[in-house]
Design a protein around this ligand. Structure first.
Ligand code: NAD
Length: 298
């Protein structure tokens, strides 16, 4: 029987460690860790994600500061807010909830975030350090995937790993992190020829294409590990109900693989947990606290 890589369970275990860490260090730091979340506009999915982040913060003792801006706000006003938060002594981490309305220059805004507070690991300094394999804030979804593999003793070193997708949010940083951990990584994308054949070589196959049920058993080597990053909400046959699925046609693939991540309950919860980890790491550095959480860094 194949092994389910249960991200929900692991994220709860990590949260318990984080919560203990915060409560035993809060007296030394004289304040709780702080996370600022900037949301622009009314994208409903972003609203749900921000609420989930707020709840997760409160579970581990991080104080969250939500800045919900009207989409008519000017770019320079958002830049001003980011600069202010960069100097705010109660804030250890900051993120811009994506996507934001098109009129904004997203990359420019992200580049304004102090790299030490860039808990999404998306600004140039942190991406540059990732390329150089130097310690820095790492982006959350890739870092969560690495924790999920490690916690199940799935070795990365020497493995053939195929990553589907080359986005700045997932595919690229993930490929670099796996390469830094001595995986033999192939990055694929929408223009890759014979994707099916390339994927079949993989010991670990990671799907982050954003295409529902793209990957079926014909893409997968017998005994491989399959990680599904995609999240899609599809209409189900039951009236007015929707159903979540990933990039992988799981029922077809599960009988063939050694291990897999479910959707929901696989990569998703780990992403939020790594945001908490990054915020607490920034707090730990700020106050020179004892580092007992280093095993959570990719
Ligand atoms: P994106 O649209 O920015 O990038 C998708 C990538 O996949 C692109 O590089 C594209 O070239 C590639 N691609 C598209 N179609 C392909 C195909 N048919 N064959 C091969 N490659 C193809 O998306 P993203 O932000 O990287 O997100 C990918 C998916 O992961 C989405 O479903 C998103 O919702 C999900 N996601 C989940 C989490 C989580 O926490 N679970 C976090 C981030 C993103």
């Amino acid at each position: 029987m194949s092994l389910k890589l249960d991200g929900k369970k692991l994220s709860l275990e990590i949260e318990e460690r984080l919560s203990n860490y915060v409560s035993s260090n809060e007296k030394i730091a004289k304040r709780a860790p702080g996370l600022a979340v900037i949301r622009i506009g009314e994208d409903p999915a972003s609203g749900v994600y921000v609420k989930n982040k707020e709840k997760a913060c409160s579970r581990v003792g991080i104080k969250s500061f939500i800045f919900h801006l009207n989409e008519n706000v000017e770019q320079n006003k958002v830049e001003e807010l980011i600069r202010k938060l960069n100097f705010d002594k109660d804030i250890d981490g900051m993120l811009l909830q994506l996507p934001i309305p098109e009129k904004f220059n997203e990359q420019r805004l992200i580049s304004y975030i102090d790299p030490r507070k860039d808990v999404d690991g998306l600004n140039e300094t942190n991406i540059g350090k990732l390329v150089k394999n130097e310690p820095a804030m790492r982006s959350c979804t890739p870092a969560g995937i690495i924790n999920l593999l490690r916690s199940h003793n799935i070795t990365i070193e020497g493995k053939k790993i195929v990553v589907i997708g080359r986005s700045l949010l997932v595919g690229k940083p993930l490929s670099l992190m796996l390469l830094n951990l001595n995986g033999t990584v192939t990055m694929t994308h929408s223009k890759t020829k014979n994707l099916n054949e390339v994927c079949k070589e993989a010991d670990i196959l990671i799907a982050a294409a954003g295409k529902p049920n793209l990957i079926n058993s014909s893409f997968v080597k017998e005994g491989a590990v399959i990680i599904d990053v995609g999240i899609h909400r599809l209409n189900s046959s039951v009236k007015n109900k929707t159903k979540l699925c990933g990039d992988v046609l799981l029922e077809d693939v599960i009988p063939k693989v050694f291990a897999y991540t479910p959707v929901p309950g696989g990569v998703g919860p780990m992403t939020v947990t790594m945001l908490l980890v990054n915020t607490i790491f920034s707090w730990q550095k700020q106050f020179g606290l004892l580092s007992t959480l280093n095993d959570l860094l990719p």
